[in-house]
Design a protein around this ligand. Sequence first.
Ligand SMILES: Nc1nc2c(ncn2[C@@H]2O[C@H](COP(=O)(O)OP(=O)(O)OP(=O)(O)O)[C@@H](O)[C@H]2O)c(=O)[nH]1
Ligand SMILES: [Mg+2]
Length: 1035
Amino acid sequence: MGYTSLDKIKALQKNPANVRNLCILAHVDHGKTTLADSLVASNGIISSRLAGKLRYLDSREDEQIRGITMKSSAISLHYKDYLINLIDSPGHVDFSSEVSTAVRLCDGAIVIVDAVEGVCPQTQAVLRQAWLENIRPVLVINKIDRLIMELKLTSQEAYTHLQKILEQVNAVTGSLFTSKVLEDRAVKEERAEEDKEEGDIEPAECPGSEQVYDWSAGLEDSDDSQLYFSPDQGNVVFASAIDGWGFSIQQFAQIHSQRMGIRAEVLLKTLWGDFYLNAKAKKIMKGAHAKGKKPLFVQLVLDNIWSLYDAVVTRRDKEKIEKMMMSLGVKVMTRDSRHSDPKVLLSAICSQWLPVSQAVLFMVCDKLPSPLDMTSERIERLMSVGARRFHSLPLQTQELKTGETHTHTLQLHKSCLGSWPDRDTLRDWQPFSRRKVGREMPNQEVQHRTSVSACLPPVPHLACCTMDSLYLLMGRELEELEEVPSGNVLGIGGLEECVLKSATLSTSPALPPFIPLNFEATPIVRVAIEPKHPSEMPKLVRGMRLLNQADPCAEVLIQETGEHVLVTAGEVHLQRCLDDLRERFAKIEISASKPIIPFRETVIRPPKVDMVNEDLGKQQKVAVIHQVKESDTLHLDPSGLVTLTTPNRQATVGVRAIPLPEEVTLLLEGSADLIRTLEQAGQAQREGRTLDMSTWTLDALMVLKSRLEVLLQGRKWRNAVDRIWAFGPRRYGPNILLNSVEGYQRPSVWHCLEREKGEKEGGAKAEASAIRDFDNSVVSGFQLATLSGPMCEEPLMGVCFSVERWDMNFPTQRTHLDSVTEEDSNSLDASVSESPGEAAGQQEASGKAGGAGETPSQAEGAVVLVDCYGPFSGQLIAAVKEACRHAFQAKPQRLMAAMYTCEIMATAEVLGRVYGVLGKREGRVLQEEMKEGTEMFIIKAVLPVAESFGFADEIRKRTSGLASPQLVFSHWEVISSDPSWVPTTEEEYLHFGEKADSANQALKYMNGVRRRKGLYVEEKIVEHGEKQRTLSKNK
Ligand SMILES: Nc1nc2c(ncn2[C@@H]2O[C@H](COP(=O)(O)OP(=O)(O)OP(=O)(O)O)[C@@H](O)[C@H]2O)c(=O)[nH]1
Ligand SMILES: [Mg+2]
């Protein structure tokens, strides 16, 4: 076919109806890049002999060495009159953010499934991603040669196996569909209810108002026939990308309809399914399975392939091969037929007989939508930012969807930055982006050097920027273009200054930024980075900035300590980011620290048994309380209440730490964004502004509140939700400050909700603001305490600090300013305490302090103290912080470790070794099951992130590459051992020995972190200083 000329591609770009933007998605190693090779070879860009071996789209060196894709890459291909903009995505979980961006850029996807491994975790993930983005998938079942050569299945067995795989894939789609239908119905009902409230609809018009719940209703009405993969629908291709063949049943229907004289349509319907050929009657009959007959698919399709493999690879029967080639009308070159490796001959024959590229490209052009067919549902979803419904957007914005207004709207979504090989004329990297078009506005052109405004989500501001250059993305190459018609995937240059990670570009300011991508991976592994030569720091900073822009999932930050920190999703991702920095972005030698593993600190209920499972009784309590050293300002109650007085003795706080129930912690962690909104609303209210919250957010907050109420039950938590003072750290974390001060009425954090509601109802409530002056200092102290705990200065998690006492014994206001004359200070008093409520509250509280009846001389003393200890609010912050820390220490403390879940697929022979590695690294197996129809076991396990470095490598080594794990961050888990534990009972000594350091994983982690942070580590370095003794038993 030869090189596709640039002119041809340019011409094809102009017809958006024939453009297909698609990506290849699959689990790792299922053959995406190999398949892409065949497609690339069909355009003559690489030789077809090299297809499958070259992995052309894996252009980076590290990709070639490791054999996995790490970065999406795009290429434009043509097939007949169609232009195909293809994006190959990585399958490794660490790079799942690349998949999110690829999916956003496309209208369709090729989902590949390995015929042996079947549906794997990432297959489910990509199907879900495609579903969430509303793009249409087609299926390729790849590596069918493995069924023949490796599993040695007969064609009949293979047919059953393929059926099962199809069922599995459809089951995933089915569950996505069901959940969507139910969700839609819920939204519809909600909307109907809203309308009803507004009085738009007469009750007679909504018959469902007398609700009778019928769960099946939505499902039956919805059309799902287009949804599922089925060979007779033409959306499934069976292939072996490495041997270069692939087919859909249309091809075989055509071949056999001529031969057998049966109409192609009939064959198309019957080739896949329970049909067989009655040779005598020359008829196709149903019920092959029941009658023990060969299904048509086996007889007419698989048998042919099986016998070809048998003749070429297994028996090497030259005569038979000749015969077969004759009947297939295939000619091969002599050098192929004489090659010592039979696979060469096989792929030479197959790629002529059933070229995989033709089958896949035909399916793609036939089944996937063009950019013009973008569903209105998808456009609405893209524009509905921040859970705002499309209908609530301004009219001008809504009009953009249909393109009815002639505002020359030009919508660009730039979401992924590919890195390109160095060329003098080009920048290091170019963004690749996709112009989104409204349905009726084709053929608008992105002009060279157009000025467009970029809305950078989530910042609500607009910025103007100019595009310098436009590119066509051709795998390893870039072609500069003057203009690009709408509906294509293209590269843009010159936006690096104004765009961070992603942006929505538009010529119309009415366009809201598109909704953010949904990422599956969480950045969790962090390393500190520095240049080898300190003078190269500026280069490093610039490089890190570029990396931050270019990678959707990596985070780059400068810590308060001044360290430059890089946060990545996993080990492989980390390696790639470091390589990128070294070779592309900073181009300097860098050194990276060991991965910094995050921990959390928490308290738990006193355990009932000790380390050897003996009942503890009361002794543990004593041991714990011992850790807090009392002084004249610090007092510890045996029940765990810590009372601390500020140095100037003007305030005393009493704090108790209580472990939060696990569900509450999880809920708080999951609702961080909501809590942040709540906090902002509260802040705005305090400042006298109002924050516009959508009804959706308000509802979500109400739900959060009621869920907390349900979860916080029991005597201890009475009214707790209303008494929440703050969340922390950073005001939205998973810890709670609780107001249990008797007589101190402060508005609850939920106060702003009530106000919003009240306003809605029309009757604004009078504000009950009796906030004490130093309320904020207490919150600040709590924030500081939760940000870094006493064990190893890591953030706290799942701890509730209940403030049970807060006494202030200010002598009077005037003591602050002793030089002011009495009259002056009186007038000052009046101006300071503006609201009488405040002053009253304060006096009331100080009355309770018990120290209200102070003599003037004491007050005089306090004046001096105020001066020497500095501002009072600072003292209070420090006191609250210290009180919280001590209260924390008065309870049994534990570390929480970040956990990965991992799924490992392994054969029975290597199962034992997998367990060995897991055990050594503190992993815990959750589930083990045999994969249906194969010899593989799937093991689900959890593994601490701290133990995960080198895990994948070790597993691969120990199992000779037969098992490879996929690690995904899942949750935080309390480490059961107590870091401050020392053996106390006889049994414990016996069990763990005198040093007892082997068992204490938590201590090891804690000391590791403390050492890294330069904190004091309590460790015996020399065990027996004088002389090594040999202890013999029978002395
Ligand atoms: N037997 C067989 N092996 C195949 C086939 N297709 C690909 N492979 C092999 O599978 C391995 C992975 O192929 P890739 O194309 O790199 O897989 P990928 O899906 O791109 O992998 P990632 O990009 O890392 O997710 C390679 O060793 C290929 O040779 C096939 O049809 N049959
Ligand atoms: Mg790949």
